[in-house]
Structure formats: structure tokens, C-alpha cells
Design a protein around this ligand. Structure first.
Ligand SMILES: *Cc1c(COP(=O)(O)O)cnc(C)c1O
Length: 432
């Protein structure tokens, strides 16, 4: 994948940032969101990697379900404007568009770590010498806990069964060739490879296509945690032959705190009723679900992994948000994102800036190797710098011990946001 930059000549002026915003074909989407205020003024919200902002349409979508519940009671399952029995079907097409999946490969359900556990029930089947799980050394703690406990669940010791992918000494990001080398060397002992497609800490977007090709050659199962990839980068999960994946919807997908998750299961597995899984009535064939019969007959497709009925109130927010993604198109969003984050990167690394001497950008500088997030490692007084940003109206994210994560998202952030942020950061560093 090669994202060549349009020969953009960036300038470090507010006038330039404003001009970029005027020419931005996606500029109207900012008005679809509520921007939190700080001291009565719009904040510079750069935290969509942690919790996306509220689309203005959310209230209407939730009210629709509240009204139909009031009006129909239980009959809303069939007679609501969006019948609750089939509510999860509303997400099939938008999720296919965001993940590059076929219709039988996705379903919207549960929360992320729950889904990670459910997917490991099916795809982590240690046998003989093949017992190990590979994951990034800097994996998100929740993923690490889930992996550790799944290993124990099979009566194995996590000490012997986890292989961490670690950067070379003195480096922060992982090199694709090192990942592939680890896979190759350990192939006879690996039961599962788990990777966060975009690492939450460094912002690195891995070369998923290449890693997947290696996994297939070596006969290894590859699962992706897309928490920081969904709605951030373009994905082609079916074509890349990813075995399974899951994500959350409250980060770049702007579907609200605790927003519903989703999974992808490649259709070489999704239609296999023989695959082991945990079950519940919502995963059962709809024809027999309400006959209340005793034996579980899984629905075909990823929907056969559902357990419980759909959390409609929570999904209504998801519906409002995904409508915006459908309107904007992920391809266009990614195009803008590359420019927006490119501008941020350029401002932070331009030589006028005192940033370069006091902070290190640990996110890869190549657009194809990152999403919208840039992670800044502070050399000293990191928390103090961060607090100054907060007082100046910037909402960003602090990760212990020393990293500030900045995520300009193409749906609602502007070039002006990025310019003001860089300006506030350099004043904060100068006034130390
Ligand atoms: C945000 C995030 C989670 C959070 O898990 P929940 O189950 O949604 O609370 C897990 N893993 C990764 C990689 C994340 O970025």
C-alpha cells in the first residue's frame, strides 16, 4: 500500500490552516458533532482515539427506540420502526464497508474484551507442541489479561506460552521483518498470533497484509484487535485473509462510552457449525430460536457467534455514528487524515519548533505506517507539559510514564485545531 503525499507545501500560519479547512471537502462533518467547551470556548479535542465525540444525531436515534418501547412494549421486537429482533442487521453493510468484509463475516455484539475472549474460545486450540500465543510486548493490558487467562484456562502456564514481540534495542516500533522472523522461528509451537493492527501506544500501523501472508505460509492463525484501527485506517480483512478480528466502537467510531463491539470471522470459518464456541439463543438459527428446543443449531455466518439479544439503546448511538461514516466514506476520510496528521507531523518536526529538542515523535513518520495518532515521548517534565496543554484548552491523552497521544480525526478535527495545538505546545515548551 503506498499513500503518496500530494505535493503539499505546508506553511506554519493560521491563515494557511484556515485555507486548508475552507478547501476541505469533508469540512461539513464537523458540524455534525458536539465539541466540548473549555472556559466557554470550543476545546481543541484531540482525543478521538480514546473516546470519540457525540454525533448530534445520537439523541434522535435513541429517542426513536425509547418512543417505540413506550408505544409497543414487547411488540417492538417486531413492530418498532427498526424491529429489535433484527436490529444487529442494520450494521452489516456499514461494518462490511469499514472492514472490507463479506456480509456473512461480521456481526455487531458485546464489548471488545468479551469478544476477544469469545474468539479465542474458537481460535485458540492448543494441541501437542503448538500451545503458544504471540502478541506485541506493548499490547493493551486488557488483551494481555485475556490472553494470559485463556492460557490458564487450558491448564497451561502463561510463562511458557506467551511470546512477546519486542522492538530492537533503542527502537520503539516493530519491524515487519522481525515479526516475520519470530513467527518463522517459532512456527511449530505457535497456536495463535494476536496483533493490534494499530498499536494503541506508539500509533504504529503494522503491515497486516505481509504479516497475514506469512501466517498463511506458516499455517498460523492470525487474529487482529482493531480497537485503534476501525474508522481510522482502511481495512481489507477478507482479501488479506485475516482469520478473525474484533473492535470497539467508542474510539474512532464515536458510538459513546461502552459502545457495542463487533467481530469479523473469515467466511472460510464463519459457516462451519462444527467449530467450537460458547453459545446462546441469539446465535441459534432464527427458524428454531423461539421453539425453545434443546439443541443449539448455530446460524450460519459470524452471527452464529452471538449469545445474547442486542443492546438496542447502545446500538442506536452506533447507528447514528455509522451513518456519518457511510456518508463520508472511509477512503475520503483516510485521504484527509493523511493530510491532517501529515500537517501535525510537519509542524512538530519543523526546525523552528522547540518541540524537536524536548519531545520525541515515536510514531512512524511514513503515512502508510500510522493512522491519525501521533505519540510524543517527553524527555522530562512530561506531566507538567501535558497539564499546561490542558489548561490552554487542549483535550488530549496522557499515558504513563511519559507519552502524550494526539489524534486529529478527519471527521471533526480541522487544520486549525492542529495549528493551534502545535502553537500551544511550543509556547508550553518555551515557557518551561
Ligand atoms: C480500548 C482497548 C480495549 C478496551 O477494551 P473494552 O473491552 O472495550 O473495555 C481493549 N484492547 C485494546 C487494544 C484497546 O485499545
Amino acid at each position: 500500500m503506498c499513500y503518496s503525499f500530494p505535493n503539499m507545501q505546508f506553511e506554519n500560519t493560521l491563515a494557511f490552516a484556515k485555507k486548508m479547512d475552507r478547501e476541505d471537502p469533508l469540512k461539513a462533518f464537523r458540524k455534525e458533532f458536539y465539541i466540548p467547551k473549555v472556559k466557554g470556548k470550543d476545546s481543541i479535542y484531540l482525543c478521538g482515539n480514546s473516546l470519540g465525540l457525540q454525533p448530534k444525531g445520537v439523541e434522535k436515534h435513541i429517542m426513536t427506540e425509547i418512543e417505540d418501547w413506550r408505544k409497543y412494549g414487547v411488540e417492538g421486537h417486531l413492530h418498532a420502526r427498526n424491529p429489535w429482533l433484527y436490529y444487529h442487521h442494520l450494521f452489516t453493510q456499514p461494518l462490511c464497508d469499514l472492514t472490507g468484509a463479506k456480509k456473512d463475516e461480521v456481526v455487531c455484539m458485546n464489548n471488545l474484551t468479551v469478544n476477544l475472549n469469545l474468539m479465542m474460545v474458537t481460535f485458540y486450540r492448543p494441541q501437542g507442541k503448538k500451545t503458544k500465543i504471540i502478541l506485541e510486548g506493548s499490547a493493551f493490558p486488557s488483551d494481555y489479561y485475556a490472553v494470559e487467562q485463556q492460557i490458564r484456562f487450558h491448564g497451561l502456564d502463561p510463562k511458557d506460552s506467551i511470546i512477546e514481540l519486542l522492538p530492537k534495542t533503542g527502537e520503539v516500533t516493530l519491524r515487519t521483518e522481525d515479526i516475520i522472523d519470530t513467527l518463522t522461528k517459532n512456527k511449530d509451537e505457535i497456536a495463535l498470533v494476536m496483533i493490534g493492527a494499530v498499536n494503541y501506544y506508539s500509533g504504529q500501523f503494522f503491515d497486516i497484509k505481509k504479516i497475514s501472508e506469512s501466517c498463511q505460509k506458516l499455517g498460523l492463525i492470525l487474529g487482529l484487535d482493531l480497537a485503534h484501527a476501525m474508522g481510522n485506517v482502511e481495512l481489507k480483512l477478507h482479501d488479506w485473509n485475516i482469520d478473525f478480528a474484533m473492535w470497539c466502537s467508542y474510539k474512532y467510531l464515536n458510538s459513546g462510552p461502552g459502545g457495542v463491539s463487533g467481530v469479523f470471522i473469515h467466511n472460510k470459518y464463519a459457516n462451519r457449525p462444527d467449530l467450537p464456541r460458547f453459545a446462546g439463543w441469539w446465535g441459534n438459527d432464527e427458524k428454531t430460536r423461539f421453539k425453545m428446543e434443546k439443541h443449539f443449531v448455530p446460524k450460519s455466518g459470524a452471527e452464529g457467534w452471538q449469545m445474547s439479544n442486542a443492546p438496542v439503546m447502545n446500538m442506536a448511538a452506533h447507528k447514528a455514528s455509522l451513518e456519518l461514516f457511510q456518508k463520508a466514506g472511509m477512503k475520503n476520510l483516510r485521504k484527509k487524515s493523511i493530510q491532517l496528521t501529515g500537517y501535525l507531523h510537519w509542524l512538530l518536526s519543523s526546525h523552528q519548533s522547540p518541540v524537536t529538542s524536548q519531545l520525541e515523535i515515536i510514531t512512524p513518520s511514513k503515512p502508510s505506517e500510522r493512522g491519525c495518532q501521533i505519540s510524543l515521548q517527553t524527555k522530562s517534565n512530561g506531566k507538567k507539559i501535558f497539564d499546561k496543554l490542558t489548561r490552554a484548552g487542549v483535550i488530549a491523552d496522557w499515558r504513563e510514564p511519559d507519552v502524550i497521544r494526539i489524534a486529529p480525526v478527519p471527521l471533526y478535527n480541522s487544520f486549525e485545531d492542529v495549528w493551534h495545538f502545535a502553537d500551544i505546545l511550543s509556547s508550553a515548551l518555551r515557557s518551561k
